[in-house]
Design a protein around this ligand. Structure first.
Ligand code: GLU
Length: 274
């Protein structure tokens, strides 16, 4: 059975880009007689606003979608910590005490997620791992895993290249997992067979594929859809203040009609699909 998911972070209200993502995931499951699940990705305790989860559900219902709830990330911290311990036991994680400013000053390359970590703490381990983040030694991990492949429904077969962003953080200073570790474990725990999300997260999938191999997790298919952009070609983002679904819902717009228009490729004024 096909299981898809929508996995928003409750850091700000949902906007039209999220609506499109949820509709794509919902419809791919519905067309195949499968299941569509909602997972609230509240791993970032500092930025999470718990009250938004209820608003997300109201937004999805307003769009005419039906879904199954699975546990939020904040309830799964022990599983993340357990997976991190396994990776440590495999010798693949190392503690890192560098700050963002240290990395910005030392980095010589830019990867998909910003400055590539130059490996400072891998070469010179910190005296103590107290309060440290834990990074994956991506070169060692790729050697252990061997060549890996994954398939995107739109872009076709891919060879995993998780090294483009350098050694990435899997355990944060302030949380037992980063997005990459938490989302990969959750997709497996939730039985997701088709991971649908925007093309902006394409590079993340290379990393998730590596984590699946290291942790012995099942390998789903992926579907990275195009992104909604505004008139200037800029990706819609909640930070830039594009109209939220909650505003539209309170303004008595017809959510089902909006969802159907988007299904037919008609987006509200000024919004184009990349
Ligand atoms: N929680 C992520 C976000 O809101 C989405 C992660 C995913 O779909 O894998 O951007």
């Amino acid at each position: 059975m096909i299981v898809t998911r929508f996995a928003p972070s409750p850091n700000g209200p949902l906007h039209l880009g999220h609506a499109y993502s949820a509709i794509v995931a919902h419809d791919l499951a519905a067309q195949a007689g499968g299941q569509f699940i909602l997972r609230v990705e509240d791993i970032d305790a500092e930025r999470s606003r718990p009250e938004l989860a209820g608003s997300f559900r109201a937004d999805l219902a307003w769009l005419g979608l039906t879904w199954r709830d699975v546990p939020a990330q904040s309830t799964r911290l022990a599983e993340y910590a357990d997976a991190a311990e396994r990776l440590k036991a495999m010798g693949l994680l190392y503690p890192c005490v560098c700050t963002r400013a240290d990395i910005a000053a030392a980095a010589t390359q830019t990867g998909p997620e910003g400055p590539v970590y130059p490996g400072t703490c891998r070469r010179n381990p910190p005296a103590s791992s107290q309060g440290a983040a834990w990074r994956l030694d991506v070169t060692a991990a790729m050697e252990q895993a061997g060549p890996l492949y994954w398939t995107d429904a739109l872009a076709g077969p891919q060879q995993a290249r998780p090294d483009k962003g350098g050694d990435l953080v899997l355990v944060r200073k302030s949380a037992p997992a980063s997005y990459h570790l938490a989302a990969t474990l959750d997709d497996a725990a939730d039985g997701v067979t088709l991971v649908t999300r925007g093309r902006d997260l394409f590079a993340a999938t290379h990393i998730h594929r590596l984590l699946q191999a290291l942790l012995g997790l099942p390998v789903p298919q992926w579907h990275h859809h195009g992104l909604l952009v505004d008139e200037s070609g800029t990706k819609l983002a909640k930070r830039r203040g594009s109209a939220s679904l909650a505003d539209r819902r309170m303004g008595a717009e017809d959510g089902r009609r909006l969802a159907d228009a988007m299904r037919q490729g008609r987006f509200p004024a000024g919004i184009l699909l990349d």
